[in-house]
Design a protein around this ligand. Structure first.
Ligand code: SAM
Ligand code: DTB
Ligand code: SF4
Length: 375
């Protein structure tokens, strides 16, 4: 049972973010030590099980079918491909495998039945299994839970206000609903965001407050630095400074003392010294694997060397217990209300999604045909 968690105001959170850096890191490190082993870091391997061709318009994402990015698209990986990747990840210290699919939402079809098989396959290897597949219905969340899923990743990405600048094909409320469905299925919640998309510090703090308002708070919060991929609308965004990343992690640590903070996309641009300060400020997990979903990540052996250098130990699977806490929708609603403006997109239709899903299907058909003529 978590102790009653303080409800932070936006003013207090902004003041935290802007504190002198040494004071902020010191406070965050103290909170971290009170609730976590500071020398233990969870390694979570990312695996893209279905790449590219997504009908959504997330401005940061190389997998959106409508942008002209240089990625290799792939249909669902097979059970054998996933078992091989998971076994390798486990042998290199990963306690969790996170499988990502470039979907807007899960459909009740053969592809979802296949994902259920993938979840069971990884669970049988005694690893924590996480999926990030887009929006879920309550029933789909329950099916994933019954298959042995441990966590579901579904990011809020930014504040509710800034969200409409970066995504028009779904609303913030849709994201929160999926998180609620995940929680009610007794899965652990993994939800965080991206910095460096042109948002303000207030947007970052508002996103953290929305996450911190969830009851219980998310078990994991990934903090990504934007990877500015050529061909996406955010391709010219300046890289976010390591100091912003450290501040973001420190504030996340203080407003969500129990959560595992994952130092996520953007690590290829970070020095070991920078990453060490992120661990000091409260990061307790990394995404490992030579690739994130489509973009590069540090070499796995270089990461293990960094662990050695810093005296960090990879965390064992299920060290936080098997059973996530069950959520109370009423408690969450009460905590979230002071920060919340209702999402409204009057007149919004998903015609564009349908149109781009068709284009993506056509592209996949063409790729398959090309493959056939090359054989
Ligand atoms: N399609 C599903 C969804 O959007 O929920 C799951 C996969 S999606 C790629 C998972 C997350 O990856 C996004 O919510 C976003 O936070 C992160 N992401 C995608 N592209 C990124 C980029 N270029 N830089 C940093 N993070 C990124
Ligand atoms: C998360 O917060 N970050 C990961 C994971 N959850 C799915 C994804 C990062 C993707 C970076 C861009 C890419 O490799 O395509
Ligand atoms: Fe990328 Fe997910 Fe957005 Fe699709 S829904 S464009 S995969 S972030």
């Amino acid at each position: 049972m978590q102790e009653a968690t303080k409800i932070w105001t936006l003013e207090e959170t902004l003041a935290l973010y802007q504190r002198p850096l040494m004071d902020l890191i010191y406070e965050a490190a103290s909170v971290h030590r009170a609730h976590h082993d500071p020398n233990e870091v969870q390694i979570s391997t990312l695996l893209s099980i279905k790449t590219g061709g997504c009908p959504e318009d997330c401005a940061y994402c190389p997998q959106a079918a409508r942008y002209h990015t240089d990625i290799e698209t792939n249909d669902l990986l097979t059970v054998d491909q996933v078992r091989t990747a998971a076994t390798r990840a486990k042998s290199l210290g990963s306690s969790r495998l996170c499988m990502g699919a470039a979907w807007r939402n899960v459909e009740d079809n053969a592809d979802f039945d296949h994902v259920i098989e993938l979840v069971k396959t990884v669970r049988d290897l005694d690893m924590e299994v996480c999926c990030t597949l887009g929006m879920l219905t309550p029933h789909q969340a329950q099916r994933l839970a019954a298959a042995g899923l441990y966590a579901y990743n579904h990011n809020l990405d930014s504040s509710e206000d800034y969200y409409e600048e970066i995504i028009s094909t779904r609303g913030y409320q849709d994201r929160l609903e999926t998180l609620d469905n995940v929680r009610k299925a007794n899965l652990t919640v993994c939800s965080g965001g991206i910095i460096g998309m042109g948002e303000s510090v207030a947007d970052r703090c508002k996103m953290l407050l929305t996450l911190a308002s969830l009851r219980p708070q998310p078990e994991s919060v990934p903090i990504n630095a934007l990877v500015a991929v050529p061909g996406t609308p955010l391709e010219n965004q300046e890289p976010v400074s390591i100091w912003e990343m450290i501040r973001m992690i420190a504030v996340t640590r203080i407003v969500m003392p129990h959560t595992t903070i994952r130092l996520s996309a953007g690590r290829t641009e970070m020095s070991r010294e920078g990453q060490a300060l992120c661990f000091l400020a409260g990061a307790g997990s990394i995404f490992a694997g030579d690739k994130l979903l489509t973009t590069p990540n540090p070499d796995v052996f270089a990461d293990l060397e960094m662990f050695d250098l810093l005296g960090l130990r990879p965390k064992a699977p299920f060290a936080d217990g098997h059973l996530p806490q069950s959520g109370s929708a009423e408690e969450t609603a009460a905590a979230i209300e002071p920060h919340r403006k209702r999402w409204s997109r009057p007149g919004h239709t998903i015609e564009a999604n349908v149109q781009y899903a068709e284009i993506a299907k056509e592209k996949r058909r063409a790729t398959r045909q090309q493959g056939d003529t090359h054989q």
